[in-house]
Design a protein around this ligand. Structure first.
Ligand SMILES: C[S@@+](CC[C@H](N)C(=O)[O-])C[C@H]1O[C@@H](n2cnc3c(N)ncnc32)[C@H](O)[C@@H]1O
Length: 341
């Protein structure tokens, strides 16, 4: 059992049996079963597709979406695992406050190194009653009651919209807290877009780890013959990407997948600014694991185009799976590599 789950688990005796419980973004373990036993009905909600599948396979009543469905019910107990970004915590607390019954309570659990110790300041902006329940195993657990404002949750209030000029083509980007490079263009993505600007891109394209859909939307807006599929494991990213496409009056296929597990097609080109953060460390093992099967989904003669931190050695791995490698662009921080099948 993960440490954040352990601090919830050891405090379960404090919790009286209640009508309905919800656990938002629980760890991938089985700790929810004991929590569920103290509620008449208990639901899990995950914004990560891999975690959603894990809990679904374990038999949990679990939803995968950008936001919990607020019309469904009022919960008397909501457990929330601390997200890394403060803006995402504000959004999830705003959402949870709208889902809570009048006498309900929220438990917020997280690791000290993830910033849980200062989360009480955030909690007090949303709830009139906040107290620390426990502090153990490098984790802290808070309880919060009495939402300061009782209002239906509005995702729009947290949405960011910004304009991107990609070589003269204006793109509207929509994103939410928790989505990669929320409200701005990442420097690696910028180098990739600069490189793609000089290329003729067409056919079936997969934007792997699409985030708010910046890369694929730029391709679709400028290349009438490109059919773009957008893939991400984050429900918030997929919502942002769907909204980005709509804001630009474009269409595309948007799929939820943990790595390439849900991909059955082959593509002429897979383009990615791949995820490299497993926890706090930056390395390329996560992206290599996620991209492990990518060459199977590229048609003969097709290409994988990646932007990567300049110091990360992707080339050795790519050379084992692709016939030809080319560095298309580089600056002080990033490089863009094309690998031909
Ligand atoms: C570096 S970001 C790039 C986002 C976007 N393409 C851009 O350039 O702004 C990597 C993306 O990979 C997604 N990701 C992380 N783990 C994933 C996984 N297991 N399967 C699919 N996508 C994943 C993240 O949610 C994130 O949106």
């Amino acid at each position: 059992m993960k440490t954040t789950s352990q601090i919830v688990d050891r405090n379960l005796p404090r919790h009286a049996h209640c009508d309905s419980g919800l656990w938002i973004n629980p760890e991938q373990d089985h700790s929810w079963r004991k929590a569920a036993a103290s509620c008449t009905t208990f639901k899990l909600f995950s914004q990560h597709y891999g975690a959603f599948l894990f809990h679904q396979q374990a038999g949990a009543d679990v939803d995968f979406a950008a936001f919990p469905d607020e019309v469904e019910r009022a919960y008397s107990w909501i457990i929330l695992n601390l997200p890394r970004q403060k803006a995402l915590l504000h959004m999830l607390l705003d959402c949870a406050a709208g889902l809570l019954s009048a006498d309900g309570q929220i438990w917020l659990a997280g690791e000290n190194k993830a910033g849980i110790k200062s989360a009480d300041k955030v909690l007090t902006t949303h709830f009139a009653s906040v107290r620390k329940l426990d502090n153990a195993r490098h984790c802290t657990l808070y309880e919060a009651k009495l939402p300061v404002q009782r209002r239906p949750f509005s995702a729009l209030a947290h949405q960011a919209k910004w304009l991107l000029n990609d070589h003269g083509t204006e793109i509207r980007v929509v994103s939410y807290p928790g989505v990669f490079a929320h409200g701005r263009l990442d420097d690696g993505t910028a180098l990739l877009l600069d490189t793609l600007g000089a290329m003729n891109v067409g056919g079936d394209i997969l934007d792997f780890g699409c985030g708010a859909g910046v890369i694929g939307t730029c391709i679709a807006a400028k290349n009438k013959h490109a059919r773009v599929t957008f893939l991400d494991a984050s429900a918030l990213a997929l919502q942002a990407c769907t909204d980005t496409l709509a804001a630009n009056h474009l269409s595309g296929t948007v799929i939820a997948s943990d790595g390439l597990a849900e991909v059955s097609h082959s593509y002429d080109m897979v383009i990615s600014n791949p995820p490299i953060h497993a926890g706090v460390k930056t390395d390329n093992r996560l992206s290599l694991r996620l991209l492990e099967a990518v060459h199977e989904h590229i048609r003969p003669g097709g290409k994988l185009i990646l932007v990567a931190n300049r110091h990360l050695p992707y080339e050795n791995w790519l050379a084992q799976n692709f016939s030809q490698l080319e560095e298309l662009a580089a600056n002080n921080a990033f490089k863009v590599i094309a690998a031909k099948k």
